[in-house]
Design a binder for this molecule. Structure first.
Ligand SMILES: NC(=O)c1ccc[n+]([C@@H]2O[C@H](COP(=O)([O-])OP(=O)(O)OC[C@H]3O[C@@H](n4cnc5c(N)ncnc54)[C@H](O)[C@@H]3O)[C@@H](O)[C@H]2O)c1
Length: 314
């Protein structure tokens, strides 16, 4: 079990807030900092909104807000931390500068991890002191519910720190995937991005609405994906001979124009179609209302999945 208890979250937007909630639910002492100090009050609101579901998911009785310390300076947030989870805006220049500051103030052996969705760790940490203890810890939104985390090393990262990070994330009830070496977009976002780019092409060419495309995932591949990924799903699609028959039958389709992959240009017209289409789908419900519905669904889905995943993975 990880001995790490003091954690700093730098950047308290969507993802940073998720980390704070997950860490508090696992009895960590959390120091948080954001350059936008106005976020503090909305943060407490969000912790309270999510707590009923979080409590059920992790079997917790009480939320100990005394373990949560919002700092006025980045130095105060990181000086005592043994694990720092950077969750600021996705931008190379911003993160390179921020990591330089974090590296300067952090304890020499503190682990520094970035929530980045696809930037290369060797570049993000190019000006950070002691880069051997740095890495990516890419989570999924909502972080307080989703157990997935991709740990991606930079060229200088030492294995001992990757193993410590793995233990730490496990102590937060997460299931780490140890990515062998850095690649842009890591694993999961490369797959998501392919789906996203394809969807934008279909919208751009007027074949479907955002709602129709969402239904195409929700009622088909999506309903299976939380239990089985693409490979195991296609193994079953091959009938008795599994993947062997699947490749024989659908292998030729790889030569058909079934995907465009290169992203279409994000014109104003395309942006508007996507934004208005999604707004229509929300049917007037606010982001909080939709988040509550999603969280309640995920809670029940995760419970259901536990029952079945042991049968497959053991
Ligand atoms: N939103 C997602 O679904 C998602 C999923 C996984 C990973 N991520 C990654 O998590 C990170 C944060 O994304 P987000 O969606 O929470 O963004 P966000 O815009 O909601 O929050 C970013 C926060 O960082 C703060 N910030 C910016 N510069 C800062 C600085 N120098 N010091 C301190 N705080 C600073 C901003 O004020 C803002 O509150 C990004 O790297 C993103 O790629 C996002």
């Amino acid at each position: 079990m990880s001995k790490i208890r003091k954690v700093a979250i730098i950047g308290t937007g969507v993802i940073g807030t998720g980390w704070i909630i997950r860490c508090l639910a696992h009895n960590k002492i959390v120091f948080a900092y954001d350059k936008n100090q106005n976020l503090k009050s909305s943060l407490t609101k969000e912790i309270k909104r999510t707590w009923p579901n979080v409590k059920k998911l992790f079997n917790k009785k009480k939320l100990n807000l005394n373990n949560f310390k919002y700092s006025n300076t980045i130095y105060d947030a990181i000086k005592e931390a043994d694990f720092i989870q950077e969750s600021s805006t996705e931008n190379y220049l911003l993160k390179i500068n921020l990591m330089k500051i974090i590296g300067k103030y952090a304890k020499p052996n503190a682990i520094i991890s970035s929530s980045s969705s696809g930037l290369l760790p060797s570049r993000i940490y190019s000006k950070c002191k002691n880069p051997y203890r740095t890495m990516i810890g890419h989570p999924f939104n909502p972080v307080y519910m989703c157990p997935g985390i991709e740990i991606v090393p930079g060229k200088k990262t030492k294995k001992i720190y990757l193993n410590k990070a793995k233990k730490f994330y496990k102590s937060l009830s997460m299931n780490p995937i140890m990515v062998k070496k850095e690649l842009p977009g890591y694993l999961s976002d490369r797959l998501q991005e392919a789906l996203w780019r394809e969807a934008l092409h279909i919208i751009n060419e007027g074949y479907a609405t955002t709602e129709e495309l969402d239904r195409a995932i929700e009622d088909g591949p999506g309903i299976r994906y939380s239990l089985m990924g693409t490979f195991l799903t296609f193994h079953l699609a091959g009938g008795k001979s599994g993947m062997k028959h699947m490749l024989k039958q659908f292998g030729p389709a790889l030569n058909l124009p079934w995907t465009k992959l290169k992203a279409p240009k994000l014109t104003k017209k395309l942006s508007n179609r996507v934004i208005l289409g999604t707004k229509k789908q929300a049917k007037g419900k606010s982001i909080s209302m939709l988040s509550n519905i999603r969280d309640d669904y995920l809670l029940n889905l995760l419970k259901l999945r536990k029952k079945y995943e042991n049968k497959i993975r053991k």
